[in-house]
Write a protein that binds this ligand. Structure first.
Ligand SMILES: Cc1cc2nc3c(=O)[nH]c(=O)nc-3n(C[C@H](O)[C@H](O)[C@H](O)COP(=O)(O)OP(=O)(O)OC[C@H]3O[C@@H](n4cnc5c(N)ncnc54)[C@H](O)[C@@H]3O)c2cc1C
Length: 457
């Protein structure tokens, strides 16, 4: 009998970082050199930067959900579920499968890439009344929700209800929030033409942020231009303002304004996945503190990257700088982590991660965009071509590229049909329902679970 066991490499999370790592491991390791396993709740990698375009109906949800089983060459075993705790001492990852069974998965090497969840604050009513923009289900839900507000306002005889249903609030002036507000405003702007009973002037979009500027990464001039574009389109921008209170039918801003609305979209930043908290290790603002090689000090064979980890940013001069949570970094880190896992396996030196930011692209819907590739400031059509060209080329598969391009062309030529699918209409729609942020074990529960399982084994 062959008693030689292969090292077990477990990758947690199938996002930019996790998939980048797994594909590289598959390519660079011989099939008999290690067992590869991936834990992920979904069977696709989500191309998050195009999520606002799903919410606005420019793209179909399937076009940005890249299959993890597209090729026969993909040989990694996939466990459909989410990791709810990792016990570093016994090298066991506890997983809740999609059918709610709890299983223990032992590993020799673990790569933690569970990404991030929406960051919330202790604001009364926020988690019960706000929608996020982090998952495919949220984007699809928000699209249906916004169209349903138009439908309900159109049917209502009550002028107050009509006005409330046609006001929308987006919190967060980073690229995610700005793109979301811009793309959804485009959706309502185009849709209202099909509702002859609705007065377009009643539709009001608010974009608010506690910071003094929108998307500070764009710099002063381009940032002002982006604001100007949005203001021209009728989006009311309030800076230095946040939410004091959120209710089902109104939102109170910190400057005292009370806005009657049924739509609060919260995109005010992200925080590392709660999985990181189960490790009981040092963090930097919630992200796992790792070395420039993305390994966890004091724990052989543990790596972390992407939004979940504070990877030192070697391209920046300031001491303690960490890579921002962007797809640009996550996908590149995935490749370097894979090389470092292989180097560890083969007793070779690890290499540090270094990447100079390529800039920012912001698609504001329709023909509006601003971009700053490699420091060059672009607006209008050139910015749009760069933004779409960048995302298009970053999609991993040719099928996804074709779907996205076809959707863009079809939308440009034929527009939208503003159809509500209703699939999620009666499901709970809180932030935690979409992001499963309350599914995790505490470090104590984790220890008790793993030692209990060891005792039984
Ligand atoms: C609306 C929006 C627009 C954005 N636009 C841009 C942009 O233009 N440019 C840019 O560079 N970045 C952009 N970003 C940020 C970028 O998407 C993230 O930085 C990037 O996705 C991080 O990659 P990641 O692999 O760390 O996490 P993710 O891509 O989020 O992947 C994490 C994966 O882990 C899975 N997962 C989560 N928890 C668990 C668990 N417990 N167990 C197992 N699996 C788990 C998730 O389902 C997911 O598949 C945007 C983000 C959003 C939300």
């Amino acid at each position: 009998m062959n008693t030689v066991t292969r090292p077990r490499i477990l990758v947690v999370g199938a996002g930019f970082a996790g998939v980048g790592c797994v594909r590289r491991l598959e390519r660079r390791l011989a099939a008999d050199e290690a067992d590869l396993t991936l834990v992920t709740p979904s069977s696709y990698q989500l191309y998050l930067p195009l999520l606002p375009q799903v919410a606005s109906g420019v793209l179909t949800p399937q076009s940005i959900a890249l299959s993890l089983r597209r090729s026969r060459k993909y040989r990694t075993r996939i466990i459909p579920g989410g990791a709810i705790g990792v016990d570093l001492a016994s090298k066991v990852c506890v997983i809740r499968t999609i059918t709610d069974e709890i299983v223990n998965e032992p590993y020799d090497y673990i790569v933690l890439a569970p990404g991030s969840i929406t960051r919330t604050f202790d604001i009364p009513g926020l988690t019960d009344n706000a929608y996020g923009m982090k998952t495919l289900a949220e984007a699809a839900y928000i699209r249906d929700h916004v169209i349903s507000q138009l439908d309900l306002a159109d049917a209502s005889q009550d002028p107050q209800e009509r006005a409330a249903r046609l006001q929308f609030v987006v919190v967060g002036g980073g690229y995610a929030g700005t793109e979301t507000a811009a793309c959804l405003q485009q959706l309502t702007h185009n849709a209202v033409k099909r509702y002859p009973r609705l007065d377009p002037a009643l539709i009001r979009w608010h974009l608010i942020d506690i910071a003094p500027k929108l998307m500070p990464e764009l710099g002063d001039k381009l940032g002002r231009d982006a604001q100007e574009i949005l203001r021209r389109r009728g989006i009311e921008i309030s800076l230095g303002v946040s939410i004091a209170k959120a209710g089902p039918e109104e939102v109170t801003f910190t400057d005292g304004r009370v806005v009657p609305t049924r739509t609060l979209i919260w995109t005010a930043g992200v925080v590392a996945s709660p999985l990181i908290g189960t490790l009981g290790e040092k963090t930097v603002r919630g992200r796992l503190e790792v070395t420039p090689e993305m390994s966890l000090p004091g724990h052989d064979g543990v790596f972390a990257l992407g939004d979940a980890a504070a990877v030192p940013d070697l391209a920046k001069k300031e001491e303690g700088a960490v890579c921002p949570p962007t797809a640009q970094h996550a996908m590149r880190q995935g490749k370097v982590v894979a090389d470092n896992v292989i180097a560890t396996l083969r007793n070779r030196p690890l290499r540090p991660y270094g990447h100079k930011d390529l800039g920012l692209v912001v698609d504001l819907g329709g023909r509006d965009a601003v971009s700053k590739p490699l420091g060059v400031e672009l607006r209008g059509l050139p910015a749009l071509v760069v933004a779409r060209g960048y995302h298009w080329s970053a999609l991993r598969t040719n099928v996804a590229k074709t779907r996205v391009m076809t959707n863009w062309l079809l939308n440009a030529v034929a527009g939208d049909d503003f159809v509500r699918t209703g699939f999620q209409a009666r499901k709970p729609a809180k932030l935690k329902d979409f992001e499963y942020s309350d599914a995790y074990l505490t470090p104590e529960q984790l220890r008790a679970h793993v030692t209990g399982a060891e005792g039984q084994g």
